[in-house]
Design a protein around this ligand. Structure first.
Ligand SMILES: *Cc1c(COP(=O)(O)O)cnc(C)c1O
Length: 497
């Protein structure tokens, strides 16, 4: 399998190159050059997530040593990283509805599924390509990605990880998770300003050719752990199959269709569902759930992508996004790999903040995708409703998914089983979840770390181990820098000046 750019760059890349580079030289995203034949569902391994992962990866990782891939998978999804033997357990709410818990990894967010594996894949990729430089992973984070990338890349030889988070805009728990990060090869710094300031600062570093030369002279090269990297998308295909095979164990017949509901931000998670569908997984609809920042819902319903609107801060901050990068891959695939069209739309997006897709592509999108949105009030009501009806706690992102599913079922009573992808532990957003469950009947002056105990005591559920004792940990990363100082900061921590 080779990979090519969605924008038509003439040269293809090997799997190893696609993973190391992250983004294609023309600014496009890497996609497989060929369709992988459908898997025979009844022949997939059903008892072990790791075996299933390896089976699904094999056709995509041409050139990788099979045993080394299995070894990577075993390391990534080991019992000391994930606190559930199924890795992504399926929790039934009733006979038609289940929640796929994607947050049993070391940082309690679904990004761990990909970011625990990506560092290992990157090491293998470096080993078998001609790459001789130290890889420096540069990441701007609005909260979840940073911590997840730090945990994945910490102490991985030959790779350094640098995370910039906005001084204002991450939750208290998210900030503590990052400032207390341990590891020999990790650097964390706050950037003055909001997420856009941190993100733009990182983009500027990636687009600075002089910096690239300086780094190359010092034997280093930048890479990205952002969700545009194919190595982040691939691991996410697995849990769609794992969920389906779990339903089969519980009585679903092979081949029967299922709806998946995905709380969506950068379109990475749901795009993995699209690739699962292409691999033969019987998916009826991929339901794209958005919060008040409903650019994607409007797009799926109208065929017009329009990001000329204010970005709202919501209770589901990991979905507060106006430009969903991974959508480009879907547009490429559904326009019969027409990179000219994709180029035109991406150029219009950059210049005018909007584009309109062709009717043919829009129709294909609407065949498989459905989308709706839920605001903060609906999110809170849904958390409370699910808790009182099912005695089950969900976080704010998962609640957006649950709310949008209700809207879907009102319009399309298809009677099919539905799986909601649960993207974060409720404890990661303790403030909002406690408020939803308890209303105003708790001490509003408590910090988020104190609220963990309140929520646990109230609901009889356990706080994930990685979130307990955070307030007692040593703060190792205290630096706060201006966006304009990021270049100097980077060179300094790399010992280049
Ligand atoms: C990143 C994230 C999302 C959005 O996922 P995408 O792949 O960007 O669509 C949703 N929920 C949580 C908790 C996240 O961390």
């Amino acid at each position: 399998m080779h990979y090519r750019s969605t924008r038509g760059y003439i040269q293809t890349a090997t799997a190893a190159e696609a993973i190391i580079e992250g983004i294609a030289p023309d600014g496009g995203l890497y996609v497989p050059t060929e369709a992988v034949p459908s898997f025979l569902l009844d022949q997939l391994p059903t008892s072990d997530y790791r075996e299933l992962a390896k089976t699904i990866f094999t056709p995509y990782l041409t050139g990788f040593d099979n045993d080394a891939v299995l070894d990577s998978v075993n390391k990534a999804y080991s019992p000391d990283k994930f606190d559930h033997p199924s890795i992504t357990p399926l929790h039934p709410l009733d006979d038609k509805l289940s929640v796929l818990e994607l947050w049993h990894g070391p940082t309690s967010a679904f990004k761990d599924i990909a970011l625990q594996l990506l560092p290992h894949l990157m090491r293998l990729a470096i080993r078998q390509s001609s790459e001789d430089k130290e890889i420096v992973i540069l990441t701007a984070t609005s909260g979840d990605t940073g911590k997840s990338a730090l945990e994945g890349f910490k102490n991985i030889p030959g790779i350094k990880i640098v995370v910039y988070y906005p001084e204002t805009g991450v939750s208290e728990i998210q900030k503590l998770q990052m400032t207390t990060q341990e590891g020999e090869n990790v650097v964390v710094a706050a950037v003055k300003g909001n997420f856009d300031d941190a993100q733009n600062g990182v983009k500027t570093l990636f687009n600075d050719p002089r910096l690239a030369v300086t780094l190359a002279d010092a034997g280093k090269r930048l890479s990205s752990a952002n969700s545009i990297n194919w190595g982040r998308l691939l691991p996410q295909i697995v849990y769609y199959f794992a969920a389906y095979l779990d339903l089969v164990k519980k009585g679903l017949s092979y081949g029967k269709k299922v709806n998946f509901v995905v709380p969506t931000g950068n379109f990475g998670n749901i795009l993995a569902g699209y690739y699962a569908h292409c691999l033969g997984l019987p998916i009826n609809r991929l339901i794209c759930a958005a919060n008040r920042n409903k650019v994607l819902s409007d797009f799926i319903n109208s065929g017009i992508y329009n990001c000329r609107r204010p970005l709202h801060q919501t209770l589901s901050p990991s979905m507060d996004i106006l430009i969903s990068s991974n959508l480009e891959r879907l547009l490429f695939e559904l326009s019969n790999q027409d990179s000219e069209l994709v180029n035109r739309w991406m150029k219009q997006l950059k210049q005018d903040g909007q584009y309109t897709i062709s009717r043919a592509v829009h129709e294909k999108i609407r065949e498989l995708f459905w989308s709706g949105c839920a605001d903060d009030q609906k999110t809170i009501n849904t958390i409370a409703g699910v808790y009182s009806q099912h005695n089950y706690l969900i976080d704010t992102h998962t609640a957006v998914g649950r709310a949008v599913l209700s809207e879907y079922l009102e319009q399309e009573a298809d009677g099919l089983p539905a799986v909601i992808l649960s993207t974060a532990s409720p404890y990661k957003f303790t403030g909002s979840v406690t408020k939803a469950i308890l209303g105003n009947s708790f001490n509003q002056n408590l910090s988020e770390t104190e609220l963990l105990k309140v929520l646990a005591a109230e609901t009889g559920t356990a706080v994930p181990a990685n979130l307990t004792g955070l307030e007692q940990k040593e703060i190792k990363h205290k630096q706060v820098i201006a966006p304009t100082a990021m270049r100097d900061h980077l060179l300094e921590i790399l010992g280049i000046r």
